[in-house]
Structure formats: C-alpha cells, structure tokens
Design a protein around this ligand. Structure first.
Ligand SMILES: Nc1nc2c(c(=O)[nH]1)N[C@H]1C(S)=C(S)[C@@H](COP(=O)(O)OP(=O)(O)OC[C@H]3O[C@@H](n4cnc5c(=O)[nH]c(N)nc54)[C@H](O)[C@@H]3O)O[C@H]1N2
Ligand SMILES: Nc1nc2c(c(=O)[nH]1)N[C@H]1C(S)=C(S)[C@@H](COP(=O)(O)OP(=O)(O)OC[C@H]3O[C@@H](n4cnc5c(=O)[nH]c(N)nc54)[C@H](O)[C@@H]3O)O[C@H]1N2
Ligand code: SF4
Ligand SMILES: [Mo]
Length: 699
C-alpha cells in the first residue's frame, strides 16, 4: 500500500458524528483530539482520552493551521549552488539525484561518508525505518537525532539507576495522588498546559507542589514552595537535600537495604554538603533548603520529576542521578503514587529513542554493540549481523564533524530544524554548508531546509498514520484524517525509494501498520518490547503501555513495583559530585544566560511561527528590574546579549520573577543558539543549553 491510500475514517463515538480520533502534532503529552472534515479540518475535543480529558493548549487547538498552508511544500526542490536558485523536480528526478550523489560520496569516502539526522517528532515507524535504512541501505554508523538535545541526560541516568529508561514509570494521572510533587526544571504550565491540572488536584487533595526554577514561572504560580537557584546548580541542591535527610535520620533504611545498592558511597559524599555551603553555591537560603528537606521527610508519597531545566547541562545526567538518589533515599521508586520520573519533550521523544535512530541503539532499546542484540535484529531484517555497522557519533559531535576530513560529506535530515535548535549554531551552520550534499525532508522551507541541495516535501501528522509513545510510555495511534496533498510523500516513501535506488539488499515497507508489525518483531525481547501491540489494540485500549511482549499481555502502566530492570533487580545509587557549569560567569561575562520555551511557540518554530492564530512576537531577553536599572533599560527597550560565541539584539522584558543575575531568552527564533555553549555532558552528550556566561548592554 502506498502513502496515498487514505485510511478509512474511524468514527469518534456513537452519535458524535464524523471525525477521526488522533493526537496533537506537538509535545510529548500527545493530547487526544478529534479532527472533523476532510478538506477544511477543525479540531474538536476527544473527551474520553485520559491523558488530557478533552483539554488542549492553544497550540493544539490551532494545529490545523498548517494543513493546506500557503507555505506548505508540495514539490521536491533542487538548489543550484552557484546561483542559489531553486527549481522544482519530479520525485523520480529528485530521488535519482540524491541516490546518485550518495553513491558518489560513498565511493570516495566509504559508507560513513553519509549521515542521517532524525527527530523525536517522527512516528515510531519512521524512526525505526530510518535506523534500518542507515544501517542496511547506507551501511553507515553515522545516525543520530535531536533527542540528544532533549532528554538524553535523564535517559542515561534512568538507565544507570533503574536499568531502563521510560520517561514516567507510571501514568501521568498518578501525579495527583502524591503528597509532594517536586518539579526540578519544568515549566509544565507552559510546556504541557493540560497536565497542570494534576498539580492543582495534588493541592486540592492536601498535597504540596514544589517548583525549582531560576524563574518564578506560570508553573511556580501553582506551587506551594518555590526555590530559585542559580542556573546549573540543581545538583548541589540535591546533595544538600540528601545531607539533611541523612542528618535528620529520615532515610528509609529498610527500602535501601532491600531494594538498592550503593547507598554508603552517597551517604559519605553528601556529608560535606551542609546547608550553608549549598546556599553559597545555589543561592537558595539554608532555611528554605531545610524546609524542603523537612517537607520531603514528613510525607508518605514523594514524586520527583525532572525536565530540561535540570537536564540540559554539561552535568545534566549527574544532576538527574542526584535527584534519583533523593527519591531512593526516601524509598519512593516502585511505591504507589511516588517515585522519580522525567517529563519527556517531543511528541515521540520516548519512542524516538527506542527503535534505532540513536547512534548506539537498535530497536527495542537494544544496544548496537551487544552481539545478541545485533543477531536478533539482523535476523528480523534478513541481513548478516556482521554487516551492521557499530556505534556512531552523538548528535552534536556528528554535526561538529560534518565536512571535516574524518567526518561525513553528506547528510539526510528528517524532522529537525538544526540551525535554529543546535548549540553554537553559527559553527553548526558552517559545518552544514561545508557538505557535498545536504538533503532535508520537511513540510515547510525551514531555516535548515533553506541551506539544502535537495528539499523533499513530506506528509505531516493529519495526513498520515503512525504511532507515537508519549511521556508515560503509552503507545498511541495518530490516524490519518486528511488526504495526502498532491506532490507530497511520507518519510517512509522517501526511505523506501532511496533504499531501492541504492540497491538495498532488503525492501522497505511503506504501509505504517506493516512497518509497526515488523518493529514489534524487532523489539521483541528488548527492554522496550512492543511485540504484543497492534493498531487495533491501541484503538480499543486508548493506548498500550510498553513493555507489552505478547498479544494477551495487558501492557505495563507501572514499572518497578517488585523489581528494577537491573541485572540484580536493585536500583543503584550513584555518588556524584557538583562540578558546576562548563562556563562560569566572570567580570567580562557576568550574567547567567538560560534558554527555554514560551507557551505559544513550539521548538524551532518552523511549524508554529507559520500559524496565524498563534502570537509570534519574536525573542526577548527576560531580566530583573535590578539588572535592567543597572543597564539603564526599561521594558521593551533593545539590549544586546553577548557571549564568547556571538551576540544578539532583542527587546528587554523586565520582570521581578527572574533572578537578578540571570537572563532568559526563548529559542523559538533563530539567534540565541548562536550564543549558547556547546559543552557536552560526558555520559549523555547533551549540550549545555540551560546555562552559559553572558554580558548584557543597552543597545
Ligand atoms: N510551549 C511549548 N511546549 C513545549 C515545547 C515547546 O517548544 N513549546 N517543547 C516540548 C519539548 S521538546 C520539551 S523538551 C519540553 C520542555 O519542557 P520544559 O523543560 O518545561 O521547558 P523549558 O522552558 O525548556 O525549561 C523549563 C524551565 O527550566 C528553567 N531553567 C533554566 N535553567 C535552569 C536550571 O539551571 N535549573 C532549573 N531547575 N531550571 C532551569 C527555565 O527557566 C524554564 O522555566 O516542552 C515540550 N513542550
Ligand atoms: N537554546 C536552546 N536550544 C534548544 C533547546 C532549549 O531548551 N534551548 N531545546 C532542545 C530540545 S529539548 C529540542 S527537542 C530541540 C528541538 O529542535 P528541532 O530539532 O529543531 O525541532 P523542531 O523545531 O520540532 O523541528 C522539527 C522540524 O521537522 C519538521 N517536521 C515535522 N514533522 C515532520 C515529519 O514527520 N517528517 C519530517 N521529515 N519533518 C517533520 C518541522 O517542520 C521542523 O522543521 O531543540 C533543542 N534546542
Ligand atoms: S499540551 Fe502538547 S500535546 Fe497537548 S495540545 Fe498542547 S502541544 Fe499539543
Ligand atoms: Mo525537547
């Protein structure tokens, strides 16, 4: 079946009229929605879907704005490097051209001369096919994806501590039954608005919400306790909490003895983190820290949730490990309505890192250097295990190597707007421009597509079917609601068309349901086992939680009740040290620059900046009145923010809600990533998006 075959519309519910149940194109909540109308499509609630119960944020309500948009790409485009002119091509011409250029590059530079860059917004089917395409049709080890920039630090920490990485090891709705919810670096109220209702219910039920963020955000407005540490110091804060839990005799000795290993080293390491020392490092007053430790010690069910504020640091994975240590010391992981979880980010941030588009991975969350994993996956693919390449470079290291003597000379991009979202973006843009061939598949002419030699227009969300795995590990089904626009093809067709032209030894299916069934077989026996999940089950059960190894297995909403996924079944404590940010403030660059999101825009903005119903005011520099007064600027006046890598002019947004030593700039508009540092976390290879040293002056 080809991409053009529309699937039958599935009725919403008896009496609800025509419509297709599907899910939002954006974040990892994957809110359920109903799309009505095949040509002019409107969004209606899908009230029964449990994750959002009919609620959507404004991005969800306006998501159909990009269907039939005038800037939508509908024909392959080829750019003449000499003149910069674009000309349209037929699909056969474009794919023939790309395949022949790939063959030239590989003839000269070997299989690793060609790289693939994927995205956490791609469906599981696409992520799976992309990984297989790279390893089998291209034979390259050089594949990675933007999820490295998203939650790789939490993934690496969870794998080390629990033996498995699933964002939340429990359904999101469990949050509201906790006694204390600690949000470390999450602005949930703006980044997953429908989820914020759970915080309100925690408080209605008598529980407390703690928010840790250098800014007093919309999420902090819904909290009982707000701590505003210096950016990049969450690790020291966690060590301070542990110190007080030990000193007060509040650790759960029975749990530690029965369910964990490694506690003694942590206990010894935190002895030196007395509150006054923590205060000097974090800026959080010692009494506030004591109050937090007392609160955590006094309640039955404590839930610690991290997001990018804590994770996007050169010590992000250690920071997450330290907060996991807090949860373990209190005896929480595996206990009902308690534990540790990471709030994933992109629509398929979870599934996107399970099925093989990560440099070190094969489907089912298997590791590519594990001989048994290679043998299993190779058998499903019908190739020899030895033919599969080994581990490749991580996302930033891959971009950094492009066009260098040892690096790839060509790259295919599916689902990322790299020049807006990568750190040290000026350098990354130079690397992209040095390639012999850049191919970008996108819906629109993104800033990255504009640099390409060939742009291939692909289907989006409502025009195709596929599964996504949301922040809870729930596999959901996005169903096609609209016909495929003329001239547009799915990423699955692109991959299949190129594989065939490259003389791939195996065929690539293009029907998503067929690909999903194969993915199930490839994942069977792995950590993220999808073998028992089918499209029909997802429809009937409102999603299925992995692992789900067999058709008669109910799926696994909650992990760790009896055992952890480590070889000995115990969770692991990790003694970690606070190193601080890679770049510290000094006389020349005295301010902490941090970056993040606003409610109305999504990621690089390629999609949301084109939606007329969403405000698009451009980037701004949020700063405290104390800083603004020192610079002599008032709200709305232009400032220049400079770092050792670049500078940017933008309006000041003056507010008392941010620390006076910190400036916040959203990254949805081209610019701030030219300033951001490219220091990487040693374990996860996550760039330090959340802190670098900056200077701000009136412009
Ligand atoms: N509106 C909107 N929603 C989105 C997205 C979007 O682009 N727009 N993207 C989706 C994706 S992919 C992701 S990953 C998630 C991200 O979701 P979040 O992690 O909630 O979003 P961010 O704004 O990146 O960062 C959260 C907070 O971290 C704070 N912060 C900065 N530095 C530090 C620090 O050193 N320590 C602590 N504790 N906090 C710090 C920032 O002030 C910010 O309020 O959102 C998803 N949802
Ligand atoms: N300074 C700073 N930088 C950051 C962050 C930060 O907090 N601060 N956060 C980081 C994080 S968490 C993330 S997740 C990244 C995200 O940053 P990006 O990787 O740039 O993510 P998007 O903007 O979602 O880009 C997706 C692109 O793919 C296109 N697209 C959408 N669907 C499809 C599809 O099905 N197929 C194909 N081929 N294309 C599609 C869209 O039009 C868009 O151009 O940014 C990171 N960068
Ligand atoms: S919260 Fe996320 S999934 Fe839900 S409507 Fe908004 S962007 Fe879409
Ligand atoms: Mo993300």
């Amino acid at each position: 079946m080809s991409h053009g075959t529309a699937l039958p519309l599935s009725p919403v519910s008896p009496g609800a009229g025509e419509g297709t149940r599907t899910h939002c194109p954006y974040c990892s909540l994957q809110c359920g929605m109903t799309l009505v109308g095949r040509r002019t499509t409107t969004v209606q609630p899908w009230a029964e879907f449990p994750v959002n119960e009919g609620a959507l944020c404004r991005k969800g309500w306006s998501a159909t704005g990009l269907l039939g948009h005038r800037e939508r790409l509908t024909t392959p485009l080829v750019r003449d490097r000499a003149t910069g002119e674009w000309s349209s091509a037929t699909w056969d011409e474009a794919l023939d051209l790309v395949a022949s250029r790939i063959r030239e590059v590989q003839a000269e530079h070997g299989p690793d001369g060609v790289a693939v860059f994927g995205g956490g917004g791609l469906t599981n089917e696409k992520a799976y096919q992309l990984g297989k395409f790279a390893r089998v049709a291209l034979g390259t080890s050089q594949i990675d994806y933007n999820g490295r920039w998203c939650m790789s630090s939490a993934a690496s920490a969870s794998t080390r501590a629990f033996g498995v990485d699933r964002g939340l090891p429990f359904p999101l709705a469990d949050v509201e039954h906790a006694d204390v919810v600690v949000l470390v670096g999450s602005n949930l109220a703006e980044t997953m608005p429908p989820a914020a209702r759970h915080l309100d219910r925690v408080r209605e039920n008598g529980g407390q919400v703690v928010v840790i963020d250098p800014r007093r955000t919309a999420t902090a407005d819904r909290a009982d306790v707000v701590l505003q540490p210096v950016p990049g110091t969450d690790l020291a804060l966690a060590l301070g909490v542990l110190h007080l839990l030990v000193a007060g005799g509040h650790v759960d000795d029975t749990y530690i003895a029965e369910r964990t290993t490694g506690w003694e080293a942590v206990r010894d390491a935190v002895a030196a983190w007395w509150p006054e020392r923590v205060e000097r490092v974090t800026g959080v007053a010692a009494p506030e820290l004591r109050a937090l430790a007392d609160l955590l010690a006094s309640r039955e069910r404590v839930m610690v949730l991290t997001a990018r504020g804590a994770e996007q640091h050169a010590q992000g994975s250690d920071t997450v490990l330290a907060w996991i240590d807090v949860a373990l010391a209190l005896g929480m992981p595996g206990k009902e309505y308690a534990g540790y979880g990471c709030l994933t980010g992109q629509g398929n941030g979870q599934g996107g890192r399970e099925h093989g588009q990560k440099a070190d991975q094969l489907p089912g969350y298997r590791m590519i250097d594990d001989p048994a994993a290679r043998a299993h996956v190779a058998a499903v693919w019908g190739v020899e295990p030895d033919s599969l390449p080994g581990k490749g470079r991580s996302a930033y290291e891959l971009l950094d190597a492009l066009g260098t003597p040892a690096g790839p000379r060509a790259m295919l991009v599916h689902g990322s707007n790299i020049v807006v979202s990568a750190p040290r973006a000026t350098h990354v843009q130079e690397r992209l421009e040095s390639l012999d061939l850049l191919v970008v598949c996108d819906l629109v002419m993104s800033e990255t597509a504009a640099l390409a030699d060939v742009v291939l227009p692909v289907t989006q969300w409502a025009e195709e079917t596929g599964t996504m795995t949301n922040l809870e590990g729930r596999v959901i089904l996005r169903q096609q609601a609209r016909p495929v626009p003329d001239g547009v093809r799915s990423d699955l067709d692109v991959v299949a068309g190129l594989a065939q032209r490259l003389g791939s030894p195996i065929e690539f299916a293009t029907d998503p349901e067929e690909v999903f069934a194969e993915l199930g077989r490839a994942s069977a026996g792995g950590k993220a086992d999808y073998a028992g999940i089918t499209y029909d089950r997802i429809r009937d059960e409102q999603g299925v939680f992995w692992p789900c190894p067999a058709p008669d297995h109910p799926g696994t909403p909650r992990l760790f009740a009896d055992t952890f996924a480590t070889p000995d079944g115990r969770a692991r404590f990790h003694a970690v040290e606070h190193r601080g940010p890679a770049e510290v403030v000094d006389g020349d660059y005295p301010v902490h620059l941090t970056t993040g999101r606003v409610l109305a825009q999504y990621q690089s903005g390629a999609q949301t900046r084109r939606i007329g119903d969403l405000p698009d005011d451009g980037a701004f520099a949020e700063m405290h009145p104390l800083l603004a007064n020192r610079l002599g600027v008032a709200d709305g006046m232009p400032v220049t923010v400079a770092t050792r890598r670049g500078e940017m002019r933008l309006p000041a947004r003056v507010t008392t809600t941010i620390r006076p030593d910190t400036v916040f700039v959203p990254f949805h508009w081209l610019g701030v990533n030219r300033l951001v540092n490219d220091a990487l976390d040693p374990a996860s290879r996550m760039p330090e998006f959340k802190v670098c040293a900056a200077r701000v002056v009136a412009a």
